[in-house]
Design a protein around this ligand. Structure first.
Ligand code: ADP
Length: 494
């Protein structure tokens, strides 16, 4: 598997690494030694008085210039200027000194401008250029070192992530990076990524879609290995260069097999509990109805307790119906029977049925005539009941709920508006999630399981519709459902 190569034992750029050449003692001693050696050499030459003096003089000036240039090139402006100054003083001494051999030329060299041109200018120009080059090399090294540090940091983070990360080259499909978690994943599952040097068999691997420009968002893939299904949650995105071309793809993989198994067990448990509760509850409801009929037949006054017991039994029935629907939705066994449904008529029936069980609120129906659509009336009833009972439950201080039905843009739009506690904006995003319950004000508690809205959204999805809400925290919420006129004609399973 591709192992990242932690390249950087690279030390952080320190201040002492700056090219402050004057602070390096070796450069000063070498510069001074070089000029002193030249002076000693020419002192001997003058003492010997053997060579043709104008040639010696010319060579001495050239050698000084060379020494100045070399020192400027090696050590920068300051050491070179000191060498130039010493050379300048020595040439003046050679003129004024006992030999006086440099008289013709030194008279010129003593002139400041010639010394400036021959000795000082090269020291300054060459030294300056050298320092600029040093500085840019230093800056480049510093930038490279920082980039290495950055890469190391990123690699360490990627290595430690509790999800698998794979990066593959777009051109060849070769994996260029895979983290430790991915290695563990590969030892327990069988995914097509095998070896760093091996091109990924693109047709088998979600990386293919990513390299081709697709973005994957928490998509689930199942891989079978040694008779075991592994569920992987995969996200991925292409990496573009500045020209907008895809250069690589990054894929993030999480093994959610255990999570899925737990979820399955929870759903099985829920399904079992709701089944077990359904039978005694049906009997209870039957006994309540029997008792009510008995009272009526005996011409006794109606019992308020029995009415309340009946309403509570209805609530419980609804709750169990939701739990069963949830279990069936999860296992894909929730059946849909599509038939022509007039949603306005259906809403009227639902309201008539449940209004007697809601003494605290008036359910106001504002229904315009709408065309019949293909829908499952039982499921749409479930959506209406859930939205209306929520509207009532979460508006304890209010006394009405408005249900509106109309047709908008070839869609039936139904809305349920309450004037209750409202929903905070951060909770809005998660409200249709399974088991999600928004945090309430201190001291406020509302009974519930957090599955009603999830079911509504699943049912609406099966009708190719949309569900959303508008809400102002503290002043109420409106839930909207839109269902397209055109529905699938065949009955299908959810
Ligand atoms: P629950 O059984 O908890 O009511 P739902 O799935 O029906 O579960 O609703 C999820 C959460 O959404 C609720 O716990 C509640 O916090 C919030 N909620 C739903 N409907 C309303 C509403 N009309 N007003 C305020 N909050 C609501």
């Amino acid at each position: 598997m591709a192992k990242p190569t932690p390249t950087s034992k690279a030390a952080p750029p320190s201040k002492s690494a700056r090219p402050d050449l004057s602070s390096v003692p070796a450069s000063w001693s070498q510069a001074l030694t070089s000029v002193l050696l030249v002076i000693i050499f020419y002192e001997l030459v003058w003492q010997l008085d053997f060579f043709y003096k104008p040639i010696v003089t010319a060579s001495m000036i050239i050698v000084f210039m060379a020494i100045i240039a070399i020192n400027a090139f090696r050590f920068g402006v300051k050491p070179a200027l000191v060498v130039a100054l010493i050379a300048n003083i020595y040439t003046i001494y050679a003129y004024a000194g006992p030999t006086r051999s440099l008289a013709p030329i030194n008279s010129l060299l003593r002139a400041e401008w010639l010394a400036l041109v021959l000795f000082y200018a090269p020291a300054i120009i060459i030294g300056y250029l050298r320092e600029r080059v040093d500085e840019s090399i230093f800056k480049e090294r510093q930038a490279r070192s920082m980039a290495e540090q950055e890469q190391l940091r990123l690699t360490t983070i990627l290595q430690q992530l509790p999800v698998g990360v794979v990066i593959a080259e777009a051109s060849s499909g070769k994996v260029i990076f895979g983290n430790q978690y991915l290695e563990q994943l590969l030892s327990s599952t069988h995914t097509p990524v095998r070896d760093e040097s091996e091109a990924v068999p693109l047709q088998e691997w979600p990386m293919r879609q990513v390299i081709e420009g697709q973005t994957l968002q928490s998509e689930e893939f199942t891989y079978n290995h040694a008779g075991h299904d592994h569920v992987l949650r995969v996200s991925g995105t292409p990496i573009y260069n500045s020209l907008g071309e895809i250069t690589a793809g990054v894929v993030i993989i999480d093994d959610i097999t255990v999570e899925k198994e737990l979820q399955q067990r929870k759903d099985d448990f829920l399904s079992m509990v709701s089944h077990e509760l359904k039978t005694p509850l049906t009997s209870l409801k039957m006994y309540i109805q029997l008792a009510s009929r008995q009272i009526r037949e005996d011409n006794l006054p109606a019992s308020a307790s029995l009415v309340k017991a009946n309403a509570q039994a209805d609530k419980l029935t609804q709750m169990i119906a939701d739990m069963l629907s949830l279990a069936r939705t999860q296992s894909g066994k929730l059946e849909y029977r599509f038939e022509p449904v007039d949603v306005a008529v259906l809403a009227k029936q639902v309201i008539n049925d449940i209004q007697p069980t809601i003494p605290t609120h008036q359910l106001v129906l504002q229904a315009k005539p709408v065309p019949a659509i293909m829908a499952d009336p039982d499921r749409i009833t479930q959506v209406l009941i859930n939205l209306i009972t929520n509207a009532v439950k979460y508006s304890p201080q209010a006394d009405k709920v408005i249900i509106d039905i109309s047709s908008v843009n070839k869609q039936i739009q139904l809305s349920v508006q309450d004037f209750g506690i409202g929903i905070k904006s951060d909770a809005k995003k998660r409200i249709f999630e399974r088991f999600y319950q928004a945090e309430q004000r201190q001291g406020q508690t509302f009974p519930g399981l957090g599955i009603g809205l999830y079911l509504c959204s699943e049912i609406v999805k099966q009708h190719h519709g949309k569900i959303w809400l508008e809400s102002k925290y503290g002043s109420g919420s409106t839930f909207f459902v839109s269902l397209p006129f055109k529905q699938p004609k065949v009955s299908k399973k959810g």
